[in-house]
Design a binder for this molecule. Structure first.
Ligand SMILES: NC(=O)c1ccc[n+]([C@@H]2O[C@H](COP(=O)([O-])OP(=O)(O)OC[C@H]3O[C@@H](n4cnc5c(N)ncnc54)[C@H](OP(=O)(O)O)[C@@H]3O)[C@@H](O)[C@H]2O)c1
Length: 266
């Protein structure tokens, strides 16, 4: 998939950029000319991803280990990126994930961890990044935050109550940050992903015999999405092509939210 956006001389941080949707997103930004920073807990995974990205795109890639559930580590992450590149134009709050537990017996630990990973993290990183994004916007007219939400945050997913609530909360954080920071030129949007065939998801599906194509049979597009298809939506939201869009959540899910009673397939 060829990059169609130009991020030359822009600095982009992608949390959870060492794998899955985050890696695809960081790679697309690198292909589009950005200087990229990726963060996650495992430095080995980040370094391996960065080496691959440098090789395939020739872009500059900076790695920093951080647990984004922790306020001080998020602050240190932003300072490390700005210390390295001297600026920050785009923040992608991508690190996230779900623990499965029915509400009737979900533990407090499960609840808190999913809220921390999917919602606290975006608040911590965005708040720490805002002064730098504001400076970039003052200089160039554009800076952006893109939060990776989920269709679970729109529709809810049984067995993922905390995750669904966190991803819905992330969409509202997106709107309030957009309202507060728009006057300074910092746009804030979200991308709500549907069922995406990341390497980890595919391995998990294979382990339990889950047939993803069958599960998508009622979706208008009849298949799971690819990480690069989410990445392209993120690049659009971060780009000047989206310069008059803020506070929105763009669904990248193949259309399962559209319900139909009659099969009109021809
Ligand atoms: N795949 C899907 O079908 C799907 C659907 C809807 C939404 N999403 C959302 O898309 C985003 C990416 O998902 P993915 O499927 O690409 O997941 P993934 O392959 O599991 O990648 C998640 C990344 O986040 C990092 N991460 C996890 N916990 C972290 C923590 N506490 N601090 C810092 N980094 C952390 C991981 O690195 P370390 O382990 O090294 O920390 C990893 O690189 C998530 O927000 C997810 O909720 C995914």
């Amino acid at each position: 998939m060829a990059a169609t956006f130009d991020f030359t001389s822009k600095v982009v941080l992608v949390t959870g950029g060492g794998s899955g949707i985050g890696l695809a997103t960081a790679t697309e930004f690198a292909r589009a000319g950005a200087k990229v920073a990726i963060a996650g807990r495992k430095i080995d995974r980040l370094e391996a991803a960065a080496a691959e990205m440098r090789e395939s795109t020739r872009a500059e890639v900076f790695c920093h280990a951080a647990d984004v559930r922790d306020l001080e580590q998020c602050q240190a992450l932003i300072e490390a990126v700005v210390g390295h590149y001297k600026r920050l134009d785009v923040l992608v709050n991508n690190a996230g994930g779900a623990r499965h537990a029915a509400l009737r017996n979900a533990s407090l630990e499960t609840w808190r961890q999913d809220i921390a990973l999917n919602l606290d993290s975006a608040f911590f990183c965005s708040q720490a990044a805002y002064p730098h994004l504001k400076s970039a916007a003052a200089e160039t007219g554009h800076a952006a935050v893109v939060n990776i939400s989920s269709l679970a945050g729109n529709n809810g997913t049984m067995g993922c109550g905390a995750y669904s609530a966190a991803k819905a909360g992330l969409q509202m954080l997106t709107r309030v940050a957009a309202a507060e920071w728009g006057p300074k030129g910092v746009r804030v949007n979200a991308v709500a992903a549907g069922m995406i065939a990341t390497p980890l998801a595919k391995a998990n599906w294979a382990k339990v015999g889950f047939d993803a194509t069958k599960a998508c049979a009622a979706f208008p597009l009849r298949r799971p999405g690819e990480p690069e298809e989410v990445a392209q939506a993120v690049l659009f939201m971060a780009s000047t092509s989206a310069s008059y869009i803020t506070g929105e959540t763009l669904i990248v899910g193949g259309g399962p939210q559209i319900k139909g009673m009659i099969d009109t397939d021809d």
